[in-house]
Design a protein around this ligand. Structure first.
Ligand code: MRU
Length: 367
């Protein structure tokens, strides 16, 4: 995707050939700043503090984090330390575990002096694979949007509600939920996107709005509580969200608030789709509501909010009375029964064990 006319991915190897550059997403939408990661600790910090976020990008950063770690210590102990350090950064997005296990499996039987090269090569491949997966999700989701457009009276637009940010910033490129939207926009299908603000960190207001605006996709940010009302009024044709971990049963963990949108969609007969790259499927879990670990983040994300003043300064302000406690569960799980379909890189399937197993028999059968 392009920023000010220049094509960017969200993570790439720097010109020195070994350090890793990322877009610091904590600065968006007001500042576009690039951060350089030079060590395992830099990569772990970038994930933990959400300079990078979104399940696929967390996985890609972890893969490069392993490569950076191998430069410092490519011993077996170094490999285990890097795996454990990165694994502890964020608990819900399963792409983290997927990428770390994949890297360790490829490195552990290799001679120590070859591990750095292999790690960089594989991290680059993880990024390229993510781009291909997200592009394919875009192609399959495009058919869903096209069908919604065909069913729309007149010339549209198709009104799509999304939650949080599952755009190119959440992946290496394209996005998951937003990939079909970009592909439909490229084809000239008229669209309008309702972007939930997504408290407490406002990924919708800050990141989704920034992405869509830069690509000329018609959109409006809405308060998190507005979705149900918009659906009742017939102003939403389709919901598409991303996911941070989807159980083999089709239960979908995503940013807190997604479940409420799925309930409202169900009550109003609005189709609710989820863009799902296969590394986000946790084949070990058969009950997502019970078993997906939900990250609890700091209370300050709820009690405070940051934004740009009229003078252009970025400041954080307190919303709540002094000393007010806050709870901050960062994700929720939408049961499969509320999900119309999963848009994967292999096609669209039912949110069910059979649906996922039909598209990915090689993984499903290993359980
Ligand atoms: O806490 P984040 O910003 O890492 O969470 C990301 C999300 O929940 C996104 O909505 C997304 O659907 C998952 S990543 C494509």
């Amino acid at each position: 995707m392009k920023v000010n006319g220049k094509p960017y991915r969200t993570i790439w190897l720097a010109d020195d050939g070994w350090s890793v550059e990322i877009i610091d997403q904590t600065k968006l939408p007001h500042r576009f700043e690039i951060e350089c990661l030079r060590s395992l600790d830099d990569a772990a910090h970038a994930i933990r503090a959400m300079l990078v976020r979104g399940a696929p990008l967390i996985g890609a950063t972890a893969a490069y984090g392993m490569a950076l770690a191998m430069r410092g210590d490519s011993s077996d102990a170094g490999l285990d330390h890097a795996h454990a350090t990165l694994m502890a950064t964020r608990p819900t997005a399963v792409n983290l575990r997927w990428a770390l296990d994949d890297m360790r499996a490829r490195l552990q039987d290799q001679p120590q002096d070859s591990r750095v090269g292999i790690a960089y090569e594989r991290a680059a491949a993880v990024c390229d694979e993510d781009v291909a997966i997200c592009s394919a999700i875009g192609d399959h989701g495009l058919a869903v949007i096209q069908a919604a457009f065909d069913a729309t009276p007149g010339d549209g637009p198709v009104n799509i509600l999304t939650h949080c940010n599952a755009g190119w910033l959440a992946t290496v490129d394209w996005g998951t939920a937003l990939a079909p939207i970009y592909k439909a926009h490229e084809l000239g299908i008229p669209l309008h996107v309702w972007a939930d603000e997504t408290r407490p960190r406002n990924q919708g207001a800050a990141l989704t709005a920034w992405e869509l605006g830069r690509h000329g996709v018609s959109h409006a940010v809405v308060a998190d509580n507005a979705g149900g009302h918009l659906m009742q009024q017939g102003r939403v044709d389709l919901c598409i969200t991303g996911t941070d971990r989807t159980a083999a049963s089709g239960d979908v963990a995503n940013k807190i608030g997604t479940y409420l949108k799925a309930l409202a969609a169900h009550d109003n007969n609005v189709p609710f789709y989820v863009g799902l790259p296969s590394p986000t499927i946790d084949w070990t879990l058969s009950d997502g509501v019970r078993d997906i670990p939900i990250e609890e983040r700091g209370a300050d994300e709820v009690t405070h909010i940051s934004g740009k003043t009229a003078g252009g300064d970025i400041v954080a302000v307190q919303l709540t009375p002094d000393g007010t406690p806050a709870a901050n569960p960062a994700f929720d799980v939408t049961p499969a029964r509320l999900v119309t379909g999963l848009i994967t890189e292999r096609g669209v399937c039912a949110a069910s064990t059979a649906g996922l197993a039909g598209l990915f028999p090689e993984f499903a059968s290993s359980n």
